[in-house]
Design a protein around this ligand. Structure first.
Ligand SMILES: Nc1ncnc2c1ncn2[C@@H]1O[C@H](COP(=O)(O)OP(=O)(O)OP(=O)(O)O)[C@@H](O)[C@H]1O
Ligand SMILES: [Mg+2]
Length: 215
């Protein structure tokens, strides 16, 4: 069975594309068949994929209309993907793509920074995903909050698990703010596996695998 994972945030710039591509890279390196669907009209994931260094395909799969026919066609295309894991990158806004992603995925990853203002944004996303889950009636998606761009110099960053506990959803291992994370994708590559950041993405992938197994 193909596992569908979606990056979800109503807030932009939280690290969705970065997490999407690096998570996909860890899963692919582990031997799984992985495809990334780029549902963001800004097409950042597609642009990185076009640099030709990623160990999985990035497929542009845009959805800009809320019209039922368009959503159905999009959903059909995503479901037809042959892979063990399909990871979907979405735009950082509420819209057609956000709804369609939440309606289809098994697991919604919600990246969030560790400051109070970041958490307010994430709380909104968590609330919306929960409402979609209830309306969808299939008990999915499951939610995993991913501490992202965590600055260890700040108090809230050092105590990220405590800081995010208020969201009352499971919290994944954190991804620290580091130059190597931004620089790697700028050169079209995932973070090298042996670096501290690479190990953080491996720990995240392990948490995702475990979470999906329990569903
Ligand atoms: N762990 C990290 N360390 C350093 N820089 C990071 C990290 N995660 C993301 N960034 C940087 O933060 C910025 C936003 O990241 P990214 O594009 O992944 O977020 P996004 O949620 O996909 O944004 P958008 O809503 O615009 O699609 C980028 O410049 C990226 O390089
Ligand atoms: Mg993005």
């Amino acid at each position: 069975m193909t596992k569908l994972i979606g990056l979800a945030s109503t807030k932009g710039g939280v690290g969705k594309t970065t997490i999407c591509l690096n998570l996909a890279a860890v899963l692919a390196r582990g031997g799984a068949r992985v495809a990334v669907m780029d549902a963001d009209p800004a097409a950042h994931a597609t642009a990185v994929g076009e640099m030709g260094q990623l160990p999985f395909p990035v497929v542009p799969q845009l959805l800009e209309e809320v019209e039922a026919k368009a959503v159905a066609a999009w959903t059909k295309a995503v479901r037809a993907t042959q892979a063990d894991y399909v990871v979907i990158d979405a735009p950082g806004a509420l819209g057609a793509a956000f709804g369609a992603v939440v309606a289809i995925v098994d697991l919604a990853l919600i990246p969030v920074g560790a400051s109070m203002l970041d958490i307010r944004g994430a709380a909104e996303t968590v609330g919306i995903v929960r409402r979609h889950r209830k309306a969808g009636g299939r008990g999915r998606p499951d939610i995993l909050v991913v501490p992202s761009r965590v600055d260890r110099r700040t108090g809230s960053g050092r105590d990220v698990v405590g800081t995010l506990a208020g969201l009352t959803e499971p919290v994944a291992p954190a991804i620290t703010l580091r130059a190597v994370v931004a620089d790697s994708l700028s050169s079209g590559e995932p973070v090298p596996a042996e670096t501290p950041s690479g190990q953080e993405f491996s720990a995240l992938a392990e948490a995702v695998r475990i979470r999906l197994e329990t569903l």
